[in-house]
Design a protein around this ligand. Structure first.
Ligand code: FMN
Length: 360
């Protein structure tokens, strides 16, 4: 296969991605306890970036010191952390990939043990995944978080990223706000679709003010939450249309999350997440990144050829074999290491690992 569609560059505003292959965001837990980069984290990204991956999205990065996803996760809530990212972005770019970073607040699913015993959410409802009841955020606190997301985006731009991705999937804070399953507020941040979308709309507008017209803004959103009262394709598409008015450039579609356990991965393996991304793509006019269960370039090419997505993200396949794209393009398929879906990689602290890739 020639992978003509996959290898075709795509330009969004002034940024040209050399091809449509994306490293999905991966929270590696390879950072310092202060949320700064390490040589291990940089090498992890460089090894993937130098193997013809058009866009590299650095994984979930905390926008607040009060909402750390992991004790060794990246942070972007202080200027010093921005400086530490400069080398990471520079080396990704020099390796031939466009550097981007995912900005996150975990909301009600963060671990209270590493956050002074406190957790926050849109409503005081426990996540089924953790059982912990969060404190409901006040309007003033929501305003502060909106500023924190936009400030972190400004830091990312200053450090050399071409794009930020706001983490709106998998049961984390922005997803919690967007979903009627987890958001029971009765003020301007809850209730109607428009009200539940408001926190993201305000983040997008404030980020645009801070970063200017050319900087790329992406949102990772759930096409379906697989939960009663949760987001579905139609409501998510309605929200994406609003977000485009607020300056969204690219949408990255996933599904499921903390409260649905393994479904995100299982539905991906069945090919259903890419099809859900296609359902969103039918309703919006910006580039769509799809993700979930893509193990090789044939599947990635097919996802674009069938019109489901514009770009294809891979996570576990590139953890297992950072050289996947190079080996495939050179016809060295017998050298490929393939992900077995063992899910050991997601173990968390003290960092991701992979039985197929022991040198991570
Ligand atoms: C070890 C690991 C870390 C992950 N970290 C993140 C993250 O930081 N942000 C995010 O949105 N998704 C994260 N994900 C989900 C992936 O980006 C991706 O959506 C999921 O693994 C499905 O893609 P795949 O079938 O190609 O692995 C992570 C997944 C794994 C396995």
């Amino acid at each position: 296969m020639a992978y003509e569609r996959l290898m075709e560059p795509i330009t969004v505003k002034k940024t040209t991605f050399p091809n449509r292959i994306v490293l999905a965001p991966i929270q590696t837990s390879f950072a310092t306890p202060g949320g700064e980069t390490t040589e291990r984290l940089i090498k992890f990204h460089e090894n993937i970036a130098m193997n013809s991956v058009g866009l590299s999205i650095v994984g979930a990065t905390d926008i607040s010191p009060k909402a750390r996803l992991g004790a060794n996760g990246l942070g972007l809530y202080e200027e010093r952390q921005s400086s530490s990212l400069e080398e990471l972005f520079d080396r990704i770019r020099k390796a031939g990939s466009i550097p981007a970073i995912q900005l996150n607040h975990g909301g009600r699913v963060i671990n209270p043990e590493i956050n002074n015993g406190m957790i926050f959410g849109p409503s005081a409802i426990a996540s089924a995944a953790t059982g912990n009841i969060p404190r409901e955020l006040s309007i003033e606190e929501i305003e502060e978080l909106i500023n924190r997301f936009a400030t972190a985006a400004g830091y990312a731009k200053k450090a050399g990223a071409s794009m930020v991705e706001f983490h709106g999937t998998h049961g984390l804070l922005l997803n919690q706000f967007m979903s009627a399953y987890s958001n029971h507020r009765t003020d301007i941040y809850g209730g109607s679709t428009e009200n539940r979308a408001r926190i993201v709309r305000n983040i997008l507008r404030r980020t645009r003010e801070k970063t200017g017209n050319d900087f790329l803004i992406c949102l990772r959103i759930n096409a379906d939450e697989f939960l009663e009262n949760g987001l579905t394709v139609n409501e998510s598409s309605e929200m994406v249309k609003m977000f485009i008015e607020d300056g969204l450039d690219i949408v990255h579609v996933s599904a499921g999350g903390a409260d649905t356990g393994a479904l995100t991965i299982e539905e991906g393996i069945k090919g259903n997440l890419i099809k859900l991304a296609g359902e969103i793509k039918k309703q919006v006019n910006i580039p769509v990144i799809g993700v979930g269960g893509i193990k090789n370039l044939d599947q990635a090419e097919q996802a674009i050829e069938e019109g489901h997505v514009d770009m294809v993200a891979m996570c576990r396949a590139l953890i297992v074999d950072p050289e996947l794209v190079t080996k495939t393009l050179e016809g060295r398929v017998e050298d490929l290491d393939e992900c077995t879906d063992c899910m050991e990689c997601i173990g968390g602290e003290p960092g991701i690992n992979c039985q197929m890739s022991p040198d991570l």
